[in-house]
Design a protein around this ligand. Structure first.
Ligand code: C2E
Ligand code: CA
Ligand code: CA
Length: 434
């Protein structure tokens, strides 16, 4: 009845114990805390399984240390744990128990020679005898944990009935997304990237949308995060990559764009954590016939920081194909300067929040100036995102930024409209917002 690794109770013992409690009248409420470590896989992958085991043992020891007499802690497998707390009169008491657990885990753990910070997501379900079955209690605690995790991790959530509906909606969307690629429901839009001074189109960023059969056109924010979690992102990114390269190559053949045109594609962090990404990019280039130097892959800082060694190695492999790399949303992450210097990137995309703030105060302008100086000293090009008016454009030009994109020039548009823009002598109005 015990887990050999941690010596905590196993699932069978946990279920027995809950069954007993729930059958026992009169009203004695019981709470189940369902706990799942955040990013445990990363510890396992980077420090090895023995280190992972050490970590699990220490987590178990800490869980035990916060138990009161009569409570029970169990390991459910992998990095999942449960704690049964009896006689919890109110929801506040249950939440407090959850916070106690997080607190116990908050001090970094020494694994081998490394200090590792462990965070966990905790879901709680409470029941009085006769209210829920053991299965329901466990399922609801698990669901609350799942919600806690999707809401930014390292937090405690109490089960609510609405969570059930939210989960059902999500599962539905996930299965619909499964078919979206096959049914050709994905649509690629293109946002022009322009020369700020002239408005001439020098490239485009590919932005995916989902033409959902009943809900209409969904923006990426509504399904990309879900696809990243479910793994469906690999399929989506592959499709986008091929579509963008093929479309650009076609426009080149029609002489609508020249050979220096920049085709930008977003690569999700999840994709970049997979070595196959290099083959996928190579294949898209081969199949489409697009020159590698026309392709720009946008990656975020968070990826870069995630796994420094493997991350930088993969970026280098991509760059050896001849494509260029851009750091997306630059300025919103926390990459250190020295680290940035070692990265094989070519372009910084200045995050929209900086562009928006331009012209508001000298401090805000100074931030963009600092980014421009940084880019210059590292020999990187810059693209300003989210340019919405002429004031911002002028400020950017004054600071030395040459390229930008944003609603002042054009929104992301479908292929036909993009083609029309390209036919219009590849020049967009400089002073009239679109
Ligand atoms: P992002 O890469 O930062 O893309 C820029 C987003 O800003 C786009 O939103 C674009 O429509 C929007 N935008 C452009 N100009 C302006 C402006 O002047 N003002 C304002 N307020 N917004 C502007 P969108 O298309 O909703 O994309 C959101 C995010 O979804 C993207 O952020 C990107 O992270 C992700 N995404 C989009 N397409 C793909 C894709 O094919 N693959 C992956 N992995 N992610 C994608
Ligand atoms: Ca982007
Ligand atoms: Ca961006």
């Amino acid at each position: 009845f015990h887990d050999p690794l941690t010596d905590l109770a196993n699932r069978t013992l946990l279920v027995d114990r809950l069954t007993e409690t729930l059958e026992m009248a009169p009203a004695r409420s019981v709470a189940v805390l369902w706990l799942d470590l955040d990013d445990f896989k990363r510890v396992n992958d980077s420090l090895g399984h023995a280190a992972g085991d050490d970590l699990l043992r220490e987590v178990s020891r800490r869980l035990r240390s916060v138990l009161r007499p009569g409570d029970l802690a169990a390991r459910l497998g992998g990095d999942e744990f449960a704690v049964v707390v009896e006689d919890v009169p109110t929801e506040e008491d249950a939440l407090r128990a959850g916070e106690r657990v997080l607190l116990a885990l908050s001090t970094p753990i020494l694994v081998g020679e490394r200090m590792v910070s462990v965070r966990a997501s905790v879901g709680i379900a409470m029941s009085s005898p006769g209210e829920w079955t053991v299965d329901e209690l466990l399922r609801n605690a698990d669901l609350a944990m799942y919600i806690a995790k999707s809401q930014g991790k390292a937090c405690v959530r109490l089960f609510e009935a609405s969570m059930h509906d939210a989960l059902m909606a999500r599962l539905k969307l996930e299965s619909e997304l499964e078919q979206a690629v096959e049914l050709a429901e994905l649509v690629l839009h293109y946002q022009p990237i322009v020369q700020l001074t002239t408005g001439a189109i020098v490239g485009f960023e590919s932005l995916v949308r989902w033409l959902h059969p009943t809900r209409g056109m969904l923006p990426p924010g509504e399904f990309i995060p879900l696809a990243e979690e479910s793994g469906q992102i690999a399929q989506i990114d592959r499709w986008v990559l091929l579509q963008a390269c093929t479309q650009a190559r076609q426009w080149q053949r029609q002489h609508l764009i020249d050979d220096d045109f920049e085709v930008s594609v977003n690569l999700s962090t999840r994709q970049l954590e997979d070595d196959r990404v290099v083959d996928i990019v190579r294949l898209a280039l081969d199949v489409s016939g697009l020159e590698p130097r026309c392709l720009v892959l946008e990656v975020t800082e968070s990826f870069v920081l995630h796994d420094e060694v493997a991350g930088a190695r993969r970026l280098r492999a991509l760059r050896e194909l001849g494509v260029r790399l851009a750091i997306d949303d630059f300025g919103t992450g926390y990459s250190s300067l020295s680290y940035l210097r070692q990265l094989p990137v070519d372009i910084l995309k200045i995050d929209r929040s900086f562009t928006t703030a331009l012209g508001r105060s000298t401090e805000d302008d100074a931030l963009v100036m600092a980014i421009m100086r940084l880019a210059e000293s590292l020999g990187l090009a810059t693209i300003a995102e989210g340019v919405e008016d002429a004031t911002q454009r002028d400020a950017l030009v004054a600071l030395g930024c040459r390229h930008g994109q944003g609603w002042h020039f054009a929104r992301a548009v479908e292929a036909r409209e993009m083609e029309a823009l390209l036919r219009l002598a590849a020049t967009l109005p400089q002073d009239a917002a679109h």
